[in-house]
Design a protein around this ligand. Structure first.
Ligand code: UDP
Ligand code: MG
Length: 329
């Protein structure tokens, strides 16, 4: 009988959720009109199909742009006050922070679901239909996952694959080929609000929230206008951010190296003793090698021990929630 209670016959979430689309924008004056039109058409279609509520809207987050981005957002809001909203950050704080501020604003607006996507329409708005469907079936987080990486250069493909592999080996859960195109329910947003850290790597934090999740596959297109705001330099610092904000393993690696070096020192000592005993010793060489490896090893082990404490401090300082309650009955 119990299985009946668990059956997915009745949807877990309300039909026609209030949707807020969160779009971070940095110097996107060339894209904004195109994006605004595409998104308002999408939302109107979703309203028509009664997939979302009538007050659903778009929230543009201006990440301290230096061009006309904010003026355009203001004009859009004046023309269509219920469809377009804007949030202006005083400085350029980067994509992840802009996105987070928008998601928190959506939570304040009492959104049932927030869908985040880039301003350049590389993510396919048509995937939102399936995202809402997955939400209605009970998913709290729905990841938009690219079905292939054909539109990327071989370099970007290769580095992306390497990045996901390194992340996994360091113990961080990420969803491969998922950028920040995703749906989050109000419950998932409230959980995200508990993460107060300032070094944000949402692609790592969101999977660590738990909850019921789903994936929707889509084809990622090319940027339609303007240029990428993610040059190689930003990509590398993003990858470093991802690794260091989730893993303290690089610090433990130092201890491992130190132990290896001490062992090499001991091997040198044994070799020296043996060569002295057999009369093959070269004067000075053995003792020099021994002390080099041994002392080097001791220094590394000491650094590693300090690293372990720094790691603990780092984790405490982040003040992440210890757990997130999904339900209480
Ligand atoms: N973006 C942002 N702040 C930044 C850099 C980028 O809000 O400092 C936004 C940008 O406007 C876009 C999204 O982040 O909506 C993704 O940037 P982009 O498309 O340039 O990255 P790519 O797709 O080339 O990796
Ligand atoms: Mg892009």
């Amino acid at each position: 009988m119990l299985t009946n209670l668990n059956s997915s016959e009745s949807p877990k979430h309300p039909a026609q959720p209030y949707l807020v689309m969160v779009i971070p924008c940095y110097n996107e004056e060339e894209m904004l009109h195109i994006t605004a039109r595409a998104l308002s058409e999408k939302i109107s279609e979703l309203m028509q199909f009664q997939l979302v509520s009538d007050n659903s809207c778009v929230l543009f987050v201006d990440d301290g742009s230096k061009d006309r981005t904010w003026q355009i957002i203001e004009e859009l809001h004046k023309q269509y006050p219920s469809m377009f909203h804007g949030l202006k950050l005083a400085h350029n704080k980067g994509h992840q922070n802009a996105l987070y501020s928008g998601l928190m604003q959506a939570l304040d607006m009492n959104a049932d679901v927030a869908v985040s996507m880039d301003a350049d329409l590389q993510d396919d708005p048509n995937a939102i239909n399936s995202m809402i469907e997955a939400y209605e079936k009970g998913a709290e987080i729905v990841y938009g996952v690219r079905d292939n990486r054909d539109t990327d250069s071989a370099f970007k493909r290769g580095t992306a694959r390497m990045f996901y592999r390194v992340m996994r080996s360091l113990g961080t859960e990420t969803v491969p080929d998922h950028a920040d195109f995703r749906l989050m329910s109000r419950r998932a947003l409230s959980a995200l609000a508990e993460y107060k850290e300032s070094n944000l790597f949402l692609r790592g934090i969101v999977p660590s929230l738990g909850f019921t999740t789903a994936k929707v596959y889509y084809k990622r297109g090319k940027r339609e206008a303007g240029e990428s705001k993610y040059p190689l330099k930003k990509m590398i610092s993003f990858a470093v951010e991802g690794i260091t904000s989730f893993s303290t393993k690089p610090l433990s690696i130092i201890t491992g190296l130190g132990i290896l070096s001490v062992l090499a020192g001991i091997a040198m000592l044994i070799y020296t003793i043996v060569s002295v005993c057999t009369g093959h010793a070269v004067a000075g060489w053995g003792s020099l090698m021994f002390s080099l490896w041994f002392v080097g090893g001791l220094i590394l082990v000491s650094l590693g021990v300090i690293g372990e404490y720094i790691a603990k401090v780092y984790i405490e300082v982040k003040n992440r929630p210890r757990y997130i309650v999904e339900e209480f009955i």
